[in-house]
Design a protein around this ligand. Sequence first.
Ligand code: DON
Length: 310
Amino acid sequence: MAIMTSSPTYLPVLERVAEEIGHTPGRGRSADYIPALAARDARAFGMAVAELDGTVYGVGDWREPFSAQSITKVFTLALDLAREGDELWEHVGREPSGNPFNSLVQLEYENGIPRNPFINAGALVVTDRLQTRTGDAAGELLGFLRAESGNPELDFDEEVAASETVNGDRNAALAHFMASYGNIDNPVPVLLEQYFRQCSITASCADLALATRFLARHGLRADGTRLLASRQAKQVNAVMLTCGTYDAAGDFAYRVGLPGKSGVGGGIIAVVPGRCALCVWSPGLDERGNSVAGVAALDRFTTLTDLSVF
Ligand code: DON
């Protein structure tokens, strides 16, 4: 399966993408419901590609650390699926929600089972289950990201985590509501602490593209061991495609044509199965919480290269 490469195959394309999107970085608004994120310059822009053999390169601010936020939901999903397998799907669905990432509205109709693992409710269920299995979900996630990126300096941002805790009423409501249906194992404060630490991890486009590589390698980690069966890597990619950008997932699939996952820090990861993993970052968000320049850059990348799953 592996297409081995040691040269930056797509670097000229990245350079062209950066040029073509012009002044798009700067459009949109940095997330301000977490005050520590609001300070980032919306004009920042970086994009990186990690090839299957670990060659990584990029353009712009591709080595600048930013708040990974909801991008981490992909990794906790993979880590939990690797441990418990299909039983997870009894506790969280895999249908697009058509609602904003922090919405409460479907949970009551659907008996405390969130639509998918990438809206906040679903991510809380996944982190809860990973916490039960490991005793330290956020630590497990950080260890994984350090290993896959080869960057031992990746860490939590305590200021961001504290900022989320102070502004965490909605996530607390989601967690308590699901606990009332018996769909949360751990005490809600323990779960929220793990979830906010998870979201606060700071990493660059280079780090996150490398960490996403296992999804382009059908489940194989950087050291050659297997995190996910090939079938499970396919499943995670499919859920990213249909649910990774919330109520904009249809538009993202239409424009980009790749499994992708966004975060309110302005990052988006994307996977070209069998080829490479990408990460783009620009803090200006559209009204659905996806990076304006990030989506535009991925749209240009897949259009210029014809690399898409379609
Ligand atoms: O739960 C929250 O509000 C954030 N820590 C994560 C949100 C996020 O990144 C959603 N993504 N677009």
